[in-house]
Design a protein around this ligand. Structure first.
Ligand SMILES: NC(=O)c1ccc[n+]([C@@H]2O[C@H](COP(=O)([O-])OP(=O)(O)OC[C@H]3O[C@@H](n4cnc5c(N)ncnc54)[C@H](OP(=O)(O)O)[C@@H]3O)[C@@H](O)[C@H]2O)c1
Length: 374
């Protein structure tokens, strides 16, 4: 790649010496140098003892062009040191929610990417992907989450282990062997409020806390794999929770879910606003950050608070019915986790990150507003 043409500095006109050398500098503190001798780095004391080296204007032009090429080469090198390195992401989860959004983000940001075609638990297929794509970073947004919901995992335990434990570990290991950072979208649904982290206390679970929720098989496998992944220094574990995006038509969106449920619980929780945090995960990859990260916006928001926002911004006629956790337990198979995560580690790395309620308004409700602004 060539840098922009940088003109040589315009100096005083060349004055010819009797020897035939042309003087380019007449500043009192700068020795007299002939232009072609300077360009060829001939020591000053040898200049006037050598045969004339500027014979013709053509020779001067050739020397100048050579110098221009050298300057351009240096400029290009300097530019390559200051501009962003080029990235190539290999993403797993092409047909999934987060994986689909990641691809769109890469397109928007002009980052080269390809989706992995291998299955997570099939090591040779992952190795073939890495060999073909030659990525700088790998993103794992693949795994079983259950359809229509995580209750599916209760009756498909082997399939859940295969993708979420065997598969995720296999991908981490293939990345490790290839010297690649793996950005792994994990879950924060491995914690539930307890006596040290009571609901409403503002005391959230930290990255180093040991998971205390295994009420669903999905969460159990996610906690198991997170523990094993700690040994892989190339893995960045992003604990996503109750993800929300500005696409309110998406049935996977936490908001779309609670708006269509007949009854909802009302519990404050930490949540992940994907429109704000997925770009942050890309930036984390560029910074080669690894280890465990609570990947939620700071603070908590309750179901009813979100419904109130929905009423204010989208549908003033919205109404809903609350029920208790005990009543909820009767209509679901596996228990659900409710917790507050401490997002201070992420906030320290990204101080511009918004609190959960501000982020909800800015990234989700404002762009979808249907009611007149007050
Ligand atoms: N959505 C949530 O509420 C939520 C919350 C917290 C954390 N997360 C985590 O975030 C990640 C992405 O979630 P998501 O909601 O985007 O999931 P999703 O919509 O269910 O998509 C899952 C993706 O994983 C792929 N996949 C499943 N098993 C695979 C395997 N063995 N090998 C390769 N690909 C496989 C699926 O592809 P196929 O269709 O081809 O199988 C699909 O593309 C998951 O690990 C999930 O646990 C999600």
């Amino acid at each position: 790649m060539n840098g922009p043409d940088i003109p040589l500095p315009i100096g005083p006109p060349i004055r010819r010496l009797a020897s035939g050398h042309g003087v380019v500098q007449e500043h009192p503190r700068v020795p007299r140098r002939c232009v072609c001798c300077v360009l060829r780095c001939i020591p000053e004391n040898e200049i006037l003892t050598r045969p004339a080296c500027i014979e013709t204007e053509a020779e001067t032009k050739t020397a100048t062009a050579t110098a221009m090429q050298a300057v351009n080469g240096i400029a290009a090198k300097l530019m390559s040191l200051t501009t962003e390195p080029s990235y190539k992401f290999l993403i797993y989860g092409r047909t999934g929610w987060l994986g689909g959004l990641l691809g769109k983000l890469c397109e928007k940001q002009g980052i080269a990417y390809e989706y992995g075609s291998g299955r997570l638990e099939n090591r040779s297929s992952l190795e073939a992907d890495v060999a073909a794509v030659k990525p700088t970073h790998v993103f794992n947004a693949a795994g079983v989450t259950g359809r229509p919901n995580v209750d599916w995992c209760e009756s498909h335990k082997v399939e859940t282990i295969r993708a979420n434990v065997v598969g995720t570990l296999t991908l981490a290991d293939v990345c490790k062997q290839n010297g690649l950072v793996l950005m792994n979208y994990a879950t924060g649904c491995i914690f539930e409020y307890d006596e040290k982290h009571p609901l409403g206390s503002g005391v959230g679970f930290k990255e180093e806390d040991t998971p205390n929720f295994a009420g669903s098989y999905y969460s159990k496998t996610k906690a198991m794999v997170e523990d094993l992944l700690k040994e892989f220094d190339n893995v960045c574990t992003l604990r996503v929770r109750m993800p929300i995006s500005s696409d309110l038509q998406n049935p996977r969106n936490f908001i779309s879910k609670i708006v269509r449920y007949q009854k909802i619980v009302n519990i404050p929780n930490s949540m992940t606003i994907l429109d704000e945090l997925l770009p942050i995960s890309i930036e984390m990859a560029k910074r080669n950050l690894t280890g465990i990260w609570n990947f939620t916006n700071p603070g908590v928001v309750s179901h009813n608070e979100i419904m109130e926002m929905y009423k204010e911004y989208i549908d003033p006629e919205l109404s809903w019915v609350n029920f208790t956790i005990e009543e909820q337990a009767k209509v679901i198979v596996a228990a659900r986790s409710n917790n507050e995560m401490d997002a201070s580690k992420l906030a320290k790395e990204f101080p511009e990150m918004l609190g959960i309620k501000e982020s909800l308004k800015k990234f989700v409700f404002e762009p979808n507003r249907k009611t007149p602004a007050k």
